[in-house]
Structure formats: structure tokens, C-alpha cells
Design a protein around this ligand. Structure first.
Ligand code: LMR
Length: 400
């Protein structure tokens, strides 16, 4: 039965964690998976999450099934976090929200739903480069994917003209996956003015925006500012989808807390979409898990905890910004060939170093430093303890 099943390649991101764990060197550094670490390299449970857990524990909750759509107090406050509480789409009952298995589950639920109702030859356009799992998700849901230009290696910044041209050349009505903020892997986001130009082309072409929002709060440290692109597209009248994750911004990685949202043009469409997304989600997960959603809901619906969460986010974003400055400073001091300003100019959890796959391989085998083969490093893996080693190692592989 299985003799024709070929061996699949290891996962580009999660396999790094396995390799890192197996490495016995005391110098090893994990800059692979996008997960926040404290300065001791340890996972950090947000203090606000601990408080929410205590509140939940005291209430002695039951463990019944959730409805197909998930925990309503969570999904509605998650939608508010994205769209802002005064968004006209709420008043017009045009927002559909489903709890999902984190951002990956949200992408997949959206992909499966759209695959049923978009014309069969609809293309999904992904930024070049994008999160390593996007193509896998949309292909698994049955879509053909194609890249749009996004990153310009010569400027280490956004290739806006290339992006506008790719979007303009694509067939009308394509689905365009956009990173709402803190683009993964490049850390390069469009400015507000550039988003406007992107929206112009997409509107002219009738493209469907599918936002992936996995880092709200990590780009600018401000939850509202990081939701700009989504709010802007909705305000311009686009129908769109959003895959939302609370893995990074609430540090709830393993609890798999996320939402899939659809913003429609009319209340009637919203009702129809809701009924169909429910069928799709029932087929995949039946109903979502409760615990993480309770934690997120407790934070999102308690004003003092919301205020504390904003502080926790600023703390994480602040440590990452400090690490960016420190790494750049060291590379400049070492006289490492090249310009390293992009490390401080890029935003969010990642830096797209510009290291080649060969240099990435060398830094792993010679210096026990793990990063994705496209040269992406998770800035949160850097600390005051390992930053000298990492800077010297980058210097070494760039020179040799
Ligand atoms: C990442 O890009 O490192 C994270 O989104 C983790 C993952 O699931 O790939």
C-alpha cells in the first residue's frame, strides 16, 4: 500500500528545534523557531497569562464541548482586537469569527472554506519569500500557489514596484496572502502609504486579501498600530479573511489559540459564510480546544489585564529591539564586510540577515548556531550571554 509513498523533506522550521536539541555543544544557540525567549534563553510565560490562569482556576470551570465556532467571549474580543471596537463592520453584522487551532489552523480553515467557494482555477499568491508553511497549507487545501515579488535582496527592503507589478499581472480575483505586520521571514513591512498603493491594485484586480496576523503587538509594540493594514482594507470596502494567532503575542504557543475571521459586504453574506465555515470546521476539528481560549478571553475581557498585556508586549518587543542594536553594533565593531543597518531597520521577531544557505550551513556545523536556511534569525533567541558568540560566528562565515 505504501510502496509508492516518497520520503517527505523535514520541516524547514520545526526540524531545527530537533537538531538543536540533539546538539551537545555548550555553545549552541537556537535562532530557528519564532518563539520568544527571555535573556536566559528560557520560554517566558507572560505574567498576565499567569494572572488569567489563577482567575480561571478559582472559578473551577467545567470541561464541556465548545460550540463549533468556539468560545464566543474569546472570538468576539479577538475580532475587536483586530478591527477596533467602533468598526462599522460590527454594527452592520458583517464579521464572522471562528476559533481555530492557532494561526496555522486559521490559515487552513480559511483555505479549505475558500477552496469550496472560489472558482476552481483561483490562484493563491504568496509573498516571495513567505512563512515556510504557507505553501504547504494552501496546496494541501487544493490551491495552486504562485509567488508575488516582495523582498529586494539588493536593498534588503520592500520591492514595492515588483509587488505591484506581480499583483497587477496575476489573474483577476486571485487570493493574496498578506502579512498584516512583522512580515515573516523578512521583518520588512509596507508603510501606510505603500499599503494604500497595494490596496489600489488589489481593488482594480478584484483580488481577495487573506491576512495572516501572527505578530500583532510585536511589530510596533502597539496592538492598534499593528492592525493598521487590516483596518484600512476593511475601511476601503474589501471583503477579506484574517488568520489570527495568539501564539506569540500571548506566548500561548502550545495551547493553539487562534481565530479565522471573514469580513463580508452584507449581513446576509456573513450569515451564509458562517454556516459554511461551521461545516468545514466541524469536518476538521469538530469544535476547538477550551483552555487557551479561556486564558485569552480572560485577558481580553478584563481591562486591568489588557493594560498589563500591553506592558508585557512592550517588554518583549523592547528586549528584541535591544538585541537588534547590540548585534548590529558588534558586527560594525568587528568590521564584518557588508552593511548591517537592516538588522535594526527590520521589525518584529525576525531578522533576515542576508546570509546565504552555504553560510547558514557553515554557522551550524562550525559554530552550533541554528537558523532557517534562508538566513532568517529569531531575534528572541539572542541574549546578552550568546550575542558575542553569534556576532563572531556571523563575522567568520561572512569572511570565509
Ligand atoms: C515560525 O515561523 O517560526 C513560527 O511561525 C513557528 C512555525 O510554526 O513555523
Amino acid at each position: 500500500v505504501f510502496s509508492n509513498v516518497p520520503l517527505a523533506p523535514p520541516d524547514a522550521i520545526l526540524n531545527l528545534s530537533t537538531l538543536y536539541k540533539a546538539d551537545e555543544s555548550t555553545q549552541k544557540v537556537d535562532l530557528g523557531v519564532g518563539a520568544y525567549r527571555d535573556n536566559e534563553g528560557k520560554p517566558w510565560v507572560l505574567p498576565v497569562v499567569r494572572k488569567a490562569e489563577e482567575i480561571i482556576f478559582q472559578n473551577r470551570p467545567e470541561h464541556e464541548y465548545l460550540p463549533i465556532g468556539g468560545l464566543a467571549s474569546f472570538t468576539s474580543s479577538a475580532a475587536t482586537l483586530l478591527l477596533g471596537k467602533d468598526n462599522v463592520a460590527f454594527k452592520e453584522n458583517r464579521v464572522v469569527s471562528f476559533q481555530t487551532i492557532s494561526g496555522t489552523g486559521a490559515n487552513y480553515l480559511g483555505a479549505r472554506f475558500l477552496a469550496k467557494f472560489k472558482p476552481q482555477d483561483t490562484l493563491v499568491l504568496l509573498s516571495q519569500p513567505t512563512w515556510a508553511n504557507h505553501q504547504n497549507i494552501f496546496n494541501t487545501a487544493g490551491f495552486t500557489t504562485q509567488n508575488y515579488r516582495y523582498y529586494d535582496p539588493s536593498t534588503l527592503g520592500l520591492d514595492l514596484q515588483g509587488m505591484l507589478q506581480s499583483l497587477g499581472d496575476a489573474p483577476n480575483g486571485s487570493i493574496v496572502v498578506l502579512h498584516a505586520c512583522a512580515h515573516n521571514p523578512t521583518g520588512v513591512d509596507p508603510t501606510q502609504d505603500q499599503w494604500q498603493q497595494i490596496a489600489d491594485v488589489m481593488q482594480a484586480k478584484g483580488h481577495f486579501p487573506f491576512f495572516d496576523c501572527a505578530y500583532q503587538g510585536f511589530a510596533s509594540g502597539d496592538l492598534d498600530r499593528d492592525a493598521f493594514a487590516i483596518r484600512y482594507f476593511v475601511q476601503r470596502g474589501f471583503e477579506c479573511s484574517v488568520a489570527q494567532s495568539f501564539a506569540k503575542n500571548l506566548g500561548l504557543y502550545g495551547e493553539r489559540v487562534g481565530c479565522y475571521h471573514v469580513i463580508t459586504k452584507t449581513e446576509q453574506s456573513a450569515n451564509h459564510v458562517r454556516s459554511q465555515v461551521a461545516r468545514t470546521s466541524r469536518a476538521i476539528i469538530s469544535n476547538p480546544p477550551l483552555y487557551g481560549a479561556r486564558v485569552a478571553s480572560t485577558v481580553l475581557n478584563t481591562p486591568e489585564l489588557m493594560a498589563e498585556w500591553r506592558d508585557n508586549l512592550k517588554f518583549m518587543a523592547g528586549r528584541i529591539i535591544t538585541m537588534r542594536d547590540e548585534l548590529r553594533q558588534r558586527l560594525v565593531q568587528l568590521g564584518t564586510p557588508g552593511n548591517w543597518d537592516h538588522i535594526v531597520n527590520q521589525i518584529g521577531m525576525f531578522s533576515f540577515t542576508g546570509l546565504s544557505p552555504t553560510q547558514v550551513e557553515a554557522i551550524k556545523t562550525k559554530h552550533h548556531i541554528y537558523m532557517t536556511s534562508n538566513g532568517r534569525i529569531s531575534m528572541a533567541g539572542l541574549s546578552t550571554h550568546n550575542i558575542d558568540h553569534v556576532a563572531r560566528a556571523i563575522d567568520d562565515v561572512v569572511r570565509n
